[in-house]
Design a binder for this molecule. Structure first.
Ligand SMILES: O=C(O)CCC(=O)C(=O)O
Ligand SMILES: [Fe+2]
Length: 342
């Protein structure tokens, strides 16, 4: 694992050397030790309490936990949920402290080196405990329009041990041709997940992939490739927090229209999109407001069938609306091949 550790440069700039880039390309991940200092880590950790304390109706944050209910507004969620594994969605859309971690100026430089393009944060997950998530490819959930033009950063805000559910990953798994669903794409089709699971078990056995675990200190960062097989190990001690921020990045190559970006500063771009959807409210009104605010890149509007109805598409495919995906973009990239209607 040491080979994946990037050396810290003394000039304060952390862009990748040729050897580091080569390591990432060959192994599918890279570790950046001590990337964020203790003050940044302490600020972020303390700030989570502020997010939970904000009970105002205007707090848009949505939390997933092992329910029921599984998904709820943070403002409506019992504080006791904080003591169990949960994921806070897309805090980067509205919170400066976490935006500044996900899109730290030095981090985006590293990501640009890794991607060979301008990164654009598309999703974040803030957790205070391990995810215990089974092995997966992130492309099951959010494949970039152009394959492999995607990566993720995992920022440690706590020390990680075997007891608090370390991130695990299979080096070099990104080099194996990915599993394709019946659509021909990488986006998961629920009914075919059993086949995808068999595929993952098979490539682990056939390629002799060896699991590695990430045992960071606070402030360490791990970056992984779109197609790196990874997940969260089981937690054996729920008392130990494992605070971490995961950010997934696409690139502006896939979303070239600046109307779809929020620019925080040079090279610091996040995708312009809404928060996750909590079912049970007034879905129709929420879909209407979302559709009215769409700023779809022209090429996706032009590619839709003449009778395509974005509102009907979202109402019929609430999972798409749940991710606040642009209906035109989603249909062009996934929905058409998946046989989705409107
Ligand atoms: O932190 C973890 O346990 C896994 C997170 C993960 O796989 C992700 O957010 O893509
Ligand atoms: Fe993941």
């Amino acid at each position: 694992m040491n080979g994946g550790v990037a050396q810290r440069r003394t000039d304060g700039v952390q862009a990748l050397s040729a050897a580091q880039k080569q390591f990432f390309d060959g192994n599918g991940y890279l570790i950046l030790p001590g990337f964020f200092d203790a003050a940044r880590v302490a600020e972020a950790k303390a700030h989570i309490g502020d997010l939970w304390a904000d009970r105002a109706p205007s707090n848009p944050l949505v939390v997933d936990y092992f329910g029921p209910p599984v998904r709820a507004y943070l403002r409506d969620t019992d504080a006791a949920v904080r003591d169990r594994p949960y994921k806070l969605n897309d805090v980067h859309l509205c919170d400066k402290v976490f935006q500044n971690l996900s899109l730290d100026p030095r981090l985006v430089q590293v990501l640009r080196d890794v991607l060979g393009a301008q990164p654009m944060a598309c999703n974040t997950l803030l957790m205070e405990r391990g995810s215990q998530q089974a092995a997966h490819f992130d492309t099951f959930y959010m494949p970039s329009p152009t394959p492999n033009m995607m990566c993720a950063s995992w920022i440690a805000l706590d020390p990680v041990t075997d007891a608090n559910g370390p991130l695990f990953y299979y080096p070099k798994s990104h080099l194996i041709p990915p599993f394709r669903f019946s659509s021909g794409g990488l986006h998961a089709i629920g009914a075919e997940m059993a086949d995808a699971k068999r595929h993952m078990a098979q490539i682990i056995a056939e390629h002799g992939l060896q699991e590695e675990r990430f045992y960071p200190q606070p402030g360490d960062v791990l970056i992984w490739h779109a197609q790196l097989l990874h997940g969260g190990s089981p937690i054996t001690d729920l008392e130990q927090t494992r605070t971490s921020l995961v950010t997934h990045y696409w690139t502006t190559l896939d979303f070239p229209d600046p109307a779809g970006w929020v620019v925080l500063g040079p090279g610091r771009i996040l995708q312009r999109r809404g928060h996750q959807h909590v079912a049970g409210g007034n879905d129709t009104a929420e879909v209407d407001a979302f559709v009215a605010a769409l700023r779809t890149p022209r090429k996706y509007c032009d590619s839709a069938p003449p009778d395509f109805d974005p509102r009907g598409y979202l109402l019929r495919n609430m999972d798409v609306f749940g991710n606040r995906a642009d209906p035109y973009v989603h249909y062009a990239l996934h929905g058409r091949a998946e046989g989705r209607g409107w």
